[in-house]
Design a protein around this ligand. Structure first.
Ligand SMILES: *Cc1c(COP(=O)(O)O)cnc(C)c1O
Length: 388
């Protein structure tokens, strides 16, 4: 993987598309020390909340209110009220029992081994089915889960494959993204039907749709469920559209009990640092924005920008209402195309193996609520020249 992937990274860096250092200007554009100005079209802050003045103020105010960045002691033993305040706010916002983590990756590292141990499935070690397309942060724990239980990989979104396993194994847990980083999402209705029928456990990382989907930004997966079933855990980073730092873990009614076990035994959730006070303050402010009509306005602007892009450049993701679009360009040209865009004032990251499967390189465009239609039109004009 390194041999193939690193050659691309070297080419990317040599062409000035990696290792860029630039300052963010108040208008959202970026500027390098040598004065090159550009718009970032590969940023996951889809609602542009990351630089929202209320969120910056929230971080500063919380630091002043609590007087410390991180009062370093395990929260099982002693904690400031800060995290509890945030978890209560996110729980009511997302209508689930929410526990925080420093990142979605740390949440997964803590939860998956416990899930594989059978603790969450009535003492029966579940067969762990990982989707072929699930994110690195989950794939990484296959060997750890394999130490506890049987680990299987299924073709992307293959509900029949999962159902067959449910028929022949006492308990099954399906591990994947709620919304995939290269477009598409899980067939949630079918999965919930399997959950009803066979007690399928669902571990879904919905980092890519938090904030951009749902009345209160609860994300695609959560918005498709009335209640969070005891056999479901949803994880989502707060570092993408939510605009802050940290992660939310959403549980059903067993949340408090499971939360305590995770704090005691959940890998980095137990031994590593929690979200710090600045991240908590920023997240409280973002949660507040999620309660106002401003959220829907930003969601709508994002959808308008996605629709505009889809009208101008056809990708496999056209029409799916998610902000990530992969413009496929063959391996030999993808970096040069990225370089031309950058010279014209647009940063779009070239992606290649192992970020995507081999021989499916492309430019990964990420749209944001704050993009102007002029920016999108100009970007699309340039892209159309490469693909024509
Ligand atoms: C971005 C992303 C992550 C990483 O989130 P962190 O909170 O930074 O660990 C994890 N999972 C998925 C699906 C992602 O898209």
């Amino acid at each position: 993987m390194i041999e193939i992937g690193n050659a691309f990274w070297n080419e990317t860096e040599q062409n000035g598309l990696a290792g860029i250092v630039a300052d963010l200007r108040p208008d959202g554009r970026l500027i390098t020390a040598s004065g090159h100005e550009f718009v970032n079209f590969s940023c996951c802050s889809y609602l542009d909340l990351d630089s929202h003045p209320k969120i910056i103020d929230g971080a500063i105010e919380a630091l002043k209110r609590f007087g410390v960045l991180d009062h370093c002691i395990s929260r099982i033993r002693l904690q400031l009220p800060a995290l509890l305040e945030l978890e209560a706010s996110l729980s009511s916002l997302f209508r689930a029992r929410v526990i925080s983590a420093i990142s979605a990756s740390a949440a997964t590292a803590g939860i998956l081994p416990i899930l594989a141990s059978g603790y969450l499935t009535g003492g029966v070690r579940p067969t762990m089915v990982f989707d072929k397309n699930c994110h690195f942060s989950m794939n990484l724990y296959k060997p750890v889960c394999g130490d506890e239980s049987l680990v299987v990989t299924c073709p992307n979104n293959d509900v029949n494959f999962i159902e067959d396993l449910c028929k022949s194994h006492q308990r099954v847990a399906y591990v994947t993204d709620g919304t995939y980083s290269m477009g598409g999402h899980v067939p949630i209705k079918d999965l919930l039907a399997l959950q009803q029928r066979y007690g399928l456990f669902l571990y879904l990382d919905d980092s890519h749709s938090l904030s951009i989907v749902g009345e209160h930004g609860e994300g695609y997966v959560r918005s498709e469920m009335d209640e969070v079933d005891p056999n479901t855990i949803i994880v989502a980073t707060l570092n993408k559209a939510f605009g802050t730092s940290g992660a939310a873990i959403m549980f059903g009614p067993d949340g408090p009990e499971v939360g305590k076990i995770l704090e005691r035994f959940g890998g980095p959730l137990a031994w590593s640092q929690p979200m710090n006070t600045a991240a908590i303050g920023a997240s409280l402010a973002s949660a507040q924005i999620h309660r106002t009509p401003e959220l829907a306005q930003r969601q709508r602007r994002l959808q308008e920008n996605i629709e505009l892009f889809d009208r101008l450049v056809v990708t496999e993701q056209a029409g799916n209402k998610f902000p990530i679009k992969l413009v496929t360009i063959d391996d030999s040209r993808v970096v040069q195309c990225g370089k031309t865009l950058y010279e014209n004032g647009f940063y779009v990251s070239p992606v290649f193996f192992p970020i995507v499967a081999r021989d499916s390189a492309g430019l990964r465009v990420m749209l944001r609520a704050g993009n102007t239609s002029e920016e999108i039109k100009r970007l699309c004009e340039l892209i159309r020249e490469f693909v024509s």
